[in-house]
Design a binder for this molecule. Structure first.
Ligand code: NAD
Ligand code: WQD
Length: 341
């Protein structure tokens, strides 16, 4: 039987590189396209080393229609997983046009080119950010979306709508939006992981850099929230588990098991963990101390959110499997690999 091929846009990035590894492990061929705007070639090398497969890599911008069309001309894939996007929430507030241009244009190009070349299945990287501050926990896929707090978040809502409307209108295309909760951790080989640029905005890279001595002290943003220990609660999902959810989503469409042309799944663990709990679990799992202090709340933070992943469990046959300790050990192993510690 002919091997199925998947185009992974943004495949040199954090989640894309882990997904490429899991796809190859599951027997798919993979082509990576990335403009390296927030990643580097080492990630592609990491994917090749882990899998032993010389994965094709095209350096191209998905916003550049002519360059992107060449990828469709050159490779025969039926499915696309579209990770390529800019993702820094704070930067999106300062530079909204960069976010609207990059995230919307690249996505519309994917849909147009898939139609032009008759390619069928698309997975879109969405986010729990579309739920805003939910009224009730845990959130299901039927929890209403809220107006976005940032241009970045708005691009996720807008791309979901673009996908929904396109799938309704165009025959031959089906799609799944995966709403990720908070992806953390790294591949157990420590050959690929998250590569934040400059001062990390996200919690785990800040913790690992503090443990590595690159940052002096972690600021915990607020301990006066209405939560058991006063710090915010999130659903931290291991990046390898998250990567496997993409494999399950692609399989579902290839096997014709999708119930609708457009489906949405929450990808989380179902477990809410506070910032302070996460810091202490990291310390215990890795036997290191994190220098931290409590500071004021960060503007725009929501108090708490965690997933109800039942739909993904039952329909995709996917479940988060890695323990939080395993994930936190992998995050630290990756930081040590990066810093030669
Ligand atoms: P990342 O920045 O590590 O990966 C994105 C990759 O896309 C990068 O390698 C970047 O160089 C590339 N890229 C960006 N614009 C491009 C373009 N126009 N053409 C080609 N390549 C382009 O980010 P990530 O954390 O791996 O996120 C992947 C996707 O998941 C994004 O769409 C992001 O919005 C979404 N997401 C991420 C999180 C998270 O917390 N990491 C949560 C929810 C959703
Ligand atoms: C987690 C918790 C912070 C840093 C963001 C995006 C979201 C999604 C994932 C893509 C919060 C606290 C953090 C620090 C801290 N991305 N924190 N000190 O804010 O849940 O989500 O990334 O779609 O859209 O908004 O993740 O890792 O930034 O923060 O105390 O130095 O850690 O206040 O409670 P967040 P995060």
């Amino acid at each position: 039987m002919k091997k199925q091929c998947v185009l992974v846009s943004g495949g040199a990035g954090y989640i894309g590189s882990h997904t490429a590894v899991e796809l190859i492990g599951a027997g798919f061929d993979v082509v990576i396209v990335d403009n390296l705007s927030n990643s580097d070639r080492n990630a592609v090398e990491g994917v090749r080393r882990i899998t032993g497969v010389e994965v094709p890599f095209v350096e191209a911008d998905c916003c550049d229609r002519a360059a992107f069309r060449k990828v469709f001309e050159q490779y025969e894939f039926d499915s696309v997983i579209h990770f390529a996007a800019s993702k820094a929430v704070g930067e999106s507030v300062l530079e909204p046009m960069k976010y609207y241009r990059n995230n919307l244009t690249s996505f519309m190009n994917v849909i147009d080119l898939m139609r032009e070349f008759g390619r069928q299945n698309i997975v879109f990287s969405s986010s729990c950010t579309v739920y805003g501050e939910p009224e009730k926990q845990p959130v299901t896929e039927r929890t209403p979306r809220k107006p976005a707090e940032s241009p970045y978040g708005n691009t996720k809502t807008m791309c979901e709508d673009i996908l929904r409307d396109s799938l309704k209108a165009y025959d031959g295309l089906k799609g799944i939006a995966l709403r990720y909760f908070n992806p953390i951790g790294a591949h157990p080989s420590a050959l690929i992981g998250e590569l934040p640029r400059g001062v990390p905005q996200n919690l785990i890279p800040y913790i690992t850099q503090t443990a590595a001595g690159i940052r002096e002290c972690l600021s915990v943003f607020g301990d006066d929230y209405p939560t058991p220990d006063g710090s915010c609660i999130r659903d931290y999902i291991d990046v390898v588990d998250l990567a496997r959810a993409h494999v399950a989503a692609i399989r579902r469409m290839i096997d014709g098991k999708n119930k609708e042309k457009y489906e949405i799944f929450n990808i989380g663990t179902g477990r809410g963990v506070s910032v302070l709990e996460l810091v202490h679990r990291f310390e215990e799992a890795n036997g290191v101390k994190i220098n931290y202090k409590i500071v004021g709340r960060r503007a725009g933070d929501i108090i708490a959110i965690w997933a109800d992943p039942t739909l993904a469990n039952t329909e995709l046959g996917w479940k988060a499997e890695r323990s939080l300790d395993e994930t936190l050990r992998a995050a630290w192993a990756w930081e040590k690999h990066l810093r030669n510690l």
